[in-house]
Design a protein around this ligand. Structure first.
Ligand SMILES: *Cc1c(COP(=O)(O)O)cnc(C)c1O
Length: 390
């Protein structure tokens, strides 16, 4: 069966150029970058070059990049590292109701440890209001953490505006940019952020590698104890081949960003026109917000998410409900709950299509036609018309 992978927000295939770089260095660049001999220095040089490439991709300095084991670890380091470093200055944190679990569960943990947390609501399009951030600020606020682009519905948050508001406040500003990095231009000064998380496997790089940007002078305690790697901020021998592959993926993402954005825009239009042409009832979630180019989240009234996912999978179409399913059952997405409220039908009938490397217009047309057929079948079942004999 010809499979069509439309779940690039969950993870992406590794690009051939990136895999090539990874394989080459896995064999050759085995040195420990902390060793003083030539083999170590070779690895150090590759690490330094990669750091420069990554730093440049967000307008940062190389010494502001901490390589980590992925997006979740970067989020955890940002949140726990800030809390540990600044807990004597205050114990208030501001975040939103639509964060990734890497942020949400870290903040929840701090909440159980005595930190006070303001969970900001979002509107029907998943947007956080900068004015809500301003209103929530207190003298003891030490951390504001708001994601750049939502991984489920794609909403791009007004990070630059929030950054301006925070200019006059001493709180550390962190953004989880894992889903946005490589998809839209990001510049840490324009955004006004102090900490920014990204992950390699969301941009056609290897899994288990990411970075945290830390603006010079921003207080952060290391979350692991060990050696003095990454300027004592993240202990453990660096994964040089994976980091170099990440840098290669970041370069390609930067070079292809504009054309991909246009292409994904066309994919979105292809989907919408196919559903309209087939007379399928659908509603695009976060339709009025500015969204990430590669994410399209659609609600199909009269369908059920579990049936949708199973039937689309049978057609070879890989999509997602946004939230991962745990132990085979799908929890309602906290993002959709935040947008629509508990019990809203969208919680049970929304599907995320996410685009990326390797997809062509034909795949999208095929996927849209197959989705339309599945939705038609499911809504007919729902209405009890399955026994029609004509
Ligand atoms: C995927 C994702 C993460 C987690 O990154 P990992 O590298 O898988 O740990 C964090 N935040 C967002 C917004 C994501 O999309």
């Amino acid at each position: 069966m010809n499979r069509i992978y439309l779940d690039h927000a969950a993870t992406t295939p590794v690009r051939p150029e990136v895999a090539e770089r990874f394989a080459e260095l896995l064999a050759s660049a085995y040195g420990n970058p902390s060793s003083i001999h030539g083999t170590g220095r070779d690895a150090r040089r590759i690490l330094d070059e990669s750091r420069t490439v990554i730093a440049r991709s967000i307008g940062a300095e190389p010494n502001e990049i901490i390589f980590t084991g992925g997006g979740t670890e970067s989020d955890n380091l940002a949140i726990f590292g800030t809390a540990a470093a600044r807990k004597d200055e205050g114990r208030h944190i501001i975040t939103s109701n639509v964060e990734h679990h890497g942020v949400m569960n870290a903040v929840r943990k701090l909440e159980t440890e005595g930190f006070s947390v303001t969970w900001l609501p979002v509107d029907q399009n998943g947007s956080v209001s900068p004015e809500d951030v301003r209103a929530a600020l207190r003298d003891d606020t030490i951390l504001v953490t708001i994601m750049t682009g939502n991984n489920e519905v794609g909403t791009i948050q007004p990070i630059g505006e929030i950054g301006k508001i925070l200019k006059g406040h001493r709180a550390t500003f962190h953004t989880d940019a894992v889903q946005a990095y490589g998809e839209i231009p990001l510049d840490v000064d324009r955004l006004g952020v102090d900490l920014l998380s990204a992950s390699a496997h969301k941009i056609n790089g290897p899994k288990g590698t990411g970075f945290l940007y830390q603006r010079s002078g921003t207080k952060l305690s290391p979350s692991s104890a060990g050696g003095e790697q990454e300027r004592k901020r993240r202990a453990g021998t660096e994964n040089v081949p994976a980091i170099a592959a990440f840098a290669r993926a970041a370069e390609i993402a930067g070079e292809t960003m504009e054309e991909r954005s246009e292409e994904y825009g066309m994919f979105k239009r292809l989907f919408a026109s196919a559903f309209m042409g087939e007379g399928i009832e659908f509603r695009i979630n976060a339709a009025e917000a500015e969204t990430l180019p590669h994410i399209l989240n659609i609600s199909f009234p009269g369908t059920d998410i579990e049936q949708l996912l199973v039937n689309l999978d049978l057609e070879g179409i890989a999509v997602s409900s946004g939230s991962a399913c745990t132990a085979g059952s799908i929890d309602p997405s906290h993002v959709l709950v935040a947008m629509y409220g508990e019990g809203a039908p969208e919680l049970r009938n929304s599907v995320r299509f996410s685009f990326g490397y390797g997809l062509e217009g034909k795949d999208i047309r095929d996927a849209a036609a197959a989705t339309a057929a599945v939705v038609r079948r499911l809504t007919r079942l729902q209405k009890g018309e399955n026994n029609d004999s004509n």
